[in-house]
Ligand binder design. Structure first.
Ligand SMILES: NC(=O)c1ccc[n+]([C@@H]2O[C@H](COP(=O)([O-])OP(=O)(O)OC[C@H]3O[C@@H](n4cnc5c(N)ncnc54)[C@H](O)[C@@H]3O)[C@@H](O)[C@H]2O)c1
Length: 257
């Protein structure tokens, strides 16, 4: 197998959550371009369009709608994916939400909501989809952390988000080590400020905030969703066979500066 072939995901079934969004949809396109049979998942049924676009371009893609914060919904989706595709080889647990609220002003529900989606949701998703990988002794998982999980980002205020993303990175370390001899690798990817709809709106409504982010981000620009997808594809592929329990930052140098 050539070095380039090791990056390919031919005939692997890859599930991507948060696939209706900026990073998730880019990951679906990228994994399909590497030969994977992609299952684009989101609670928003507009995810269907991502699968249709990939299929129209000649790739293999299916879609499914479920809520990652509801473990019964996640387990039912896993059963449905298994009945349609037989197995899952790769998982990108990427669904997440953000918000803005000062640290002393979170209601119980503000706190629970972000933990339910960003932390419980990633765990429920990994638990459900990694089960078959562990049985077969083969598979790879990537989850989405953030620069906010390793460094205090400013001027945004969202302590619950930051803690949830630190938790995702550590969850991947713990599971990566626990499953290292069982053939299942678990890593996290840490996006920096990424060129998605959410951030474009900040640029329009709060240009001074965007200017500060650009100043803080050593490469002086937003990271693209495709750049995050490149890292995810690598981590899910055999080219990363020696890498587990790691957080790979794709942040233009932000976390090092
Ligand atoms: N955009 C950035 O700059 C940035 C930076 C660091 C980390 N991240 C993380 O990257 C991931 C993807 O973010 P994005 O920028 O593509 O945002 P996005 O809002 O475009 O995509 C998030 C997707 O997750 C889905 N989702 C939310 N809650 C869900 C639930 N309970 N069940 C199923 N799906 C759900 C949404 O419907 C949406 O399609 C998130 O985890 C986010 O926290 C983003």
């Amino acid at each position: 197998m050539s070095a380039v072939d090791k990056l390919r995901l031919d005939d692997r079934v890859a599930v991507v959550t948060g696939a209706a969004g900026g990073i998730g949809s880019a990951a679906c396109r990228h994994l399909a371009s590497l030969g994977a049979s992609v299952v684009a998942a989101d609670r928003d049924e507009s995810v269907r369009a991502v699968a249709e676009e990939i299929a129209a371009a000649g790739g293999r893609a299916d879609w499914i709608a479920f809520d990652v914060s509801d473990s019964a919904s996640v387990d039912a989706a896993r059963d449905e994916v298994l009945s349609r595709h037989g197995r899952v080889d790769a998982l990108f647990a990427n669904a997440g939400m953000s918000y803005e609220r000062p640290g002393a002003e979170h209601s119980d529900e503000d706190w629970r909501r972000v933990m339910r989606i960003n932390l419980d949701g990633v765990y429920f998703t990994i638990r459900a989809f990694a089960a078959g990988m562990l049985e077969r002794g083969r598979g790879a998982v990537v989850a989405t952390s953030s620069i906010a999980g390793v460094k205090v980002v400013r001027p945004e205020l969202h302590v619950g988000y930051d803690v949830s993303k630190a938790g995702v990175a550590h969850m991947c370390r713990v599971l990566g080590v626990e499953w290292a001899r069982r053939g299942v690798r678990v890593n996290a990817v840490g996006p920096g400020y990424t060129d998605t709809v959410m951030l474009t709106e900040v640029g329009i409504k709060q240009p001074e905030v965007m200017a500060r982010w650009m100043d803080d981000q050593p490469i002086g620009r937003l990271v693209s969703p495709a750049e995050i997808a490149n890292a995810v594809g690598f981590l899910l592929s055999d080219a990363a066979s020696g890498i587990t329990a790691q957080l790979l930052m794709v942040d233009g140098g932000y976390s090092a500066a």
